[in-house]
Ligand binder design. Structure first.
Ligand code: AN7
Length: 376
């Protein structure tokens, strides 16, 4: 018998965009289409999407064996989003709502990933994006993205916290929409990562390990788990385990850090915008905030790549560094999801500088020379 033809029609999109051919061609959905009823959108919201979300949950056999005791470790690989980070989940919402409200320009401060996502989604919406970045502390790939997507990139001789202060002030003074995680639509979009985990696992994990900068993403995940829990879609709620880089760990030391430092530039943040929210999440879930050193971050970064085949950026590896450092906090047989927030290709300089591997170069272009280097 012939297999049934797949149903090529997709549910009528609540989009205001007139993409007639979308009704006859099967396209990947973004998070707004996948989770419409959980999001503050209406039939008048123009959905600005790059088909973000639906990122893989991948088992980590090597990490699981390192922890032992029947602990099952998985990663949520959000570095596989369209611009290479979890920011796309929030940006599809923030830009769609900005477009709905008639904004002609958006602005963000960024350690890099927000700038890339803002520039991409704003371009898609026909809106201008201004991105204010600490000029010497943004990874190469992120800067490349923000520029090529057509963002107006403004580098300040200062850090992220200073950039965010300026951006918030600009948002009050001028007709421009701030799309940092102080914009509530950002967290609404980002909560869909928690939905995806539960949809796959059939329940929430026992623990969520996650890097923390401004504290937006940990708050968004918690919101997602709680909404699903209320509906009975998951029976448990995870303990939220947040990790900051030791040189930029205001939530761990309990006060703002004036001069944050870490090679994990994405989380080089000294005064988190979502301080209270993130702290409330940590407390409500029975979780913890802890710090990991740059050396511990790099060790996890290398293990993920050369033992598991997963390339993330250094800031993302903070979640796994935290698991390796604080594994005694994890119960026997528990399920653990570590969030990998950004793709390794974002920061090629770090990958080359901190790889334990050797690039054997300068070899003569002959079979004998190459075979010799190969060990034959
Ligand atoms: C890879 O892009 O703040 O705790 O301006 O890029 O929600 O701030 C990035 C943050 C973790 C921290 N991992 O998330 C920005 C920015 C990566 C990141 C975080 C960021 P939050």
């Amino acid at each position: 018998m012939k297999p049934q033809a797949p149903n090529l029609s997709i549910p009528a999109s609540p989009s205001g965009l007139e993409l007639n051919w979308k009704t006859s061609v099967l396209c990947s959905q973004g998070i707004i289409e996948a989770y419409t009823s959980y999001l503050p959108v209406t039939s008048r919201t123009p959905i600005v999407t790059l088909s973000e979300g639906n990122t893989p949950l991948i088992p980590m056999p090597h990490l699981s064996s390192l922890i032992g005791r029947g602990v099952k470790v998985m990663i949520k690989y959000d570095g596989l989003n369209p611009t290479g980070s979890f920011k796309d989940r929030g940006m599809t919402m923030a830009i769609s709502k900005a477009k709905e409200e008639g904004a002609s320009a958006v602005i963000c401060a960024s350690t890099g990933n927000t700038s890339a996502a803002a520039a991409a989604y704003a371009t898609r919406a026909g809106i201008k994006a201004f991105v204010i970045i600490p000029q010497s502390k943004v990874a190469l790939g992120k800067l490349a993205q923000a520029l090529l997507y057509g963002g107006e990139v403004i580098g300040i001789d200062g850090n992220f916290d200073q950039a965010l202060t300026i951006v918030r002030e600009l948002g009050e003074r001028y007709p421009i929409t701030v799309v940092n995680s102080v914009n509530p639509y950002r967290l609404e979009g980002q909560k869909t990562a928690a939905f995806e985990i539960v949809d796959l696992m059939g329940d929430a994990p026992d623990y969520l390990f996650i890097p923390v900068g401004n504290g937006g993403n940990i708050s968004a995940y918690w919101m997602g788990f709680c909404e699903y829990h209320q509906e009975g879609r998951c029976k448990r709620l995870p303990k939220m385990m947040g990790f900051q880089a030791a040189g930029s760990a205001p939530l761990v030391v309990g006060k703002p850090v004036l001069d944050p430092e870490t090679l994990a530039t994405a989380i080089r943040i000294g005064n988190p915008a979502n301080w209270e929210k993130a702290t409330a999440v940590k407390d409500a879930s029975g979780g913890e905030f802890n710090a990991v050193t740059d050396q511990e971050i790099l060790a996890a970064y290398r293990i993920l790549a050369n033992k598991e085949g997963i390339f993330c950026e250094p800031a993302s590896a903070a979640s796994v560094a935290g698991l390796l450092k604080y594994s005694d906090k994890v119960a026997n047989e528990a399920t653990v999801v570590c969030v990998l927030t950004g793709n390794g290709l974002k920061d090629p300089d770090s990958a080359i500088a901190f790889s334990a591997n050797e690039f054997k170069k300068g070899i003569a272009p002959s079979l004998d020379a190459v075979a010799h280097v190969m060990g034959f």
